[in-house]
Design a protein around this ligand. Structure first.
Ligand code: 5AD
Length: 450
């Protein structure tokens, strides 16, 4: 049976899509190869959000094709996901060794297309068409993989984005917002819990817009909050998370859900992008700085221990020193637990790419460094405040860096490494935090869990 190797670039949605493709192929008898060198099929699941991610995948494919050519092997090579969607046939024109280009609404067709390519029925396949109901096809899970995966699972609840932020390529690669139904999602989650999953992260490009068009608000609760309640009611599920939301989706019903639903973890990833109202408007974000900080205040009032992370772009076209200062001051004001900072990267067909006043690369680099230093100092201080305190963790499995140790996550989404063993895997336990490292806490379970 064919051996397949899948490499994933980009976000958790891509991780989830790759897992669903892998599960689909395993069900058809494929085995998963540990690397591209021994694989009969190599699939790169790509990201288009910044140019660097595209270049990485293109270079990787060139290298794979080069090595295979020298060794006189001809594995089936495929691009899937966002870059496949946005470049289509052009990928094969540029890289003639590529056999398959599979768009973001076509992941469920991977097995059928690979069969045709492997048995020679077709030579090349490009499918980047839209497909109705494809949002409900990302459902198979690979729970027999690592122990880690069977503790915590991702569930895709919707696809696409209608926000059209001026910097962002996602609406063009993922299409219009399309949501699965609540019963369909609950059935998938229930099945996962019956197979031992303790924590579920609901995924989508813009989860707070879930079901907006199809599911009317009820008792003042948006479709997304109704979904949270339905998933929360599943017996045996210990923790719920979601990513990524949009600040405009944080109405009082969602804040109230944090206060009411104990299994909803006190953690939120709330991309702010900029601290300048002028830039927020140019970015088409749909909120002001004051609205954003107001949401943070309400969330912290509902759950004082909430962990808040964000995404920030530096060097958006027209960003002045003053705009950048406002982003710095926002970072100081909010004190994020973690902030992912991105240098603006012009994306094809997005309005921002055509704006005059593109910020020179050197300035983007400088601002990136300055902001990184500021947020990292604040984060380090935040992590230090955990030392000496007790935290509840869900143990996910052996630590990646040191397999003799175990790793878990606090409810506020901080990684805790401790001396433990396999029997702790999947357990919710209390640990005492003894030390803080860079974005990692170290804990001692011995005193509290005899
Ligand atoms: N350039 C730089 N960063 C971007 N992001 C999205 N588009 C771009 C772009 N063109 C960032 C945003 C988003 C995160 C996933 O990637 O901060 O929240």
């Amino acid at each position: 049976m064919p051996r397949v190797f899948i490499k994933t670039y980009g976000c958790q949605m891509n991780e989830r899509d790759s897992e669903a493709v892998a599960a689909q192929l395993v069900a058809k008898g494929y085995t998963l190869a540990p690397s591209e060198e021994t694989a009969d099929v190599v699939l790169l699941n790509t990201c288009s959000v910044r140019d660097l991610a595209e270049q990485k995948a293109l270079n990787k494919m060139k290298a794979i094709a080069g090595v295979a050519g020298k060794e006189r092997r001809s594995p089936v090579l495929g691009f899937m996901g966002c870059m496949a969607q946005s470049r289509g046939q052009k990928l094969i024109d540029e890289l003639p060794d590529v056999d398959l280009v599979l768009g973001t609404q076509k992941f469920h067709r991977a097995a059928e297309y690979l069969d045709e390519l492997l048995n020679g029925a077709r030579k090349k396949i490009v499918d980047v068409a839209e497909e109705k109901d494809s949002e409900a096809t990302i459902r198979e899970h690979l729970l027999n993989g690592s122990a880690k995966k069977s503790v915590s699972a991702f569930v895709s609840i919707m696809q696409g984005c209608n926000q059209y932020c001026t910097f962002c390529i996602v609406p063009y690669t993922r299409g219009e917002e399309r949501s699965r139904t609540i019963p369909d999602i609950v059935a998938e989650c229930t099945e996962l819990v019956s197979r031992g999953v303790k924590e579920i992260t609901l995924l989508g490009q813009i989860v707070t817009s879930y079901g907006k068009r199809d599911i009317p608000a009820r008792d003042g609760k948006s479709a997304f909050v109704q979904l949270l309640e339905a998933v929360h009611a599943i017996d045996g599920l210990k923790r719920i998370r979601f990513t990524s939301p949009h600040p405009k989706g944080y109405g009082d019903d969602l804040i109230d859900a944090y206060a009411r639903l104990p299994r909803l973890c006190e953690s939120a990833h709330l991309p702010v992008q900029s601290g300048s109202d002028r830039l927020l408007k140019l970015m088409h974000r749909g909120y002001t700085r004051e609205k954003y900080t107001g949401i943070i205040k309400k969330l912290r009032a509902a759950r004082p221990d909430i962990g808040i992370s964000t995404d920030i772009i530096v060097g958006f076209p027209g960003e002045t020193e003053k705009d950048f200062e406002e982003t710095l001051s926002l970072a100081r004001e909010v004190e994020f637990d973690q902030a992912y900072i991105f240098k603006y990267s012009p994306r094809r067909d997005t309005p921002a790419a055509a704006m005059p006043e593109q910020v020179p690369q050197r300035v983007r680099e400088e601002r990136n460094q300055v902001l990184l230093q500021t947020v990292n100092e604040i984060c380090a201080h935040k992590y230090e405040t955990f030392v000496g305190r007790q935290a509840q963790i869900l143990v996910e499995g052996p630590s990646r860096r040191n397999s003799a140790r175990m790793t878990g996550r606090t409810r506020c989404n901080k990684i805790v490494v401790f001396d433990g063993d396999e029997r702790h895997c999947g357990q919710i336990m209390d640990v005492k935090i003894t030390r803080a490292g860079s974005f990692t806490l170290y804990g001692d379970a011995a005193i509290l869990n005899l």
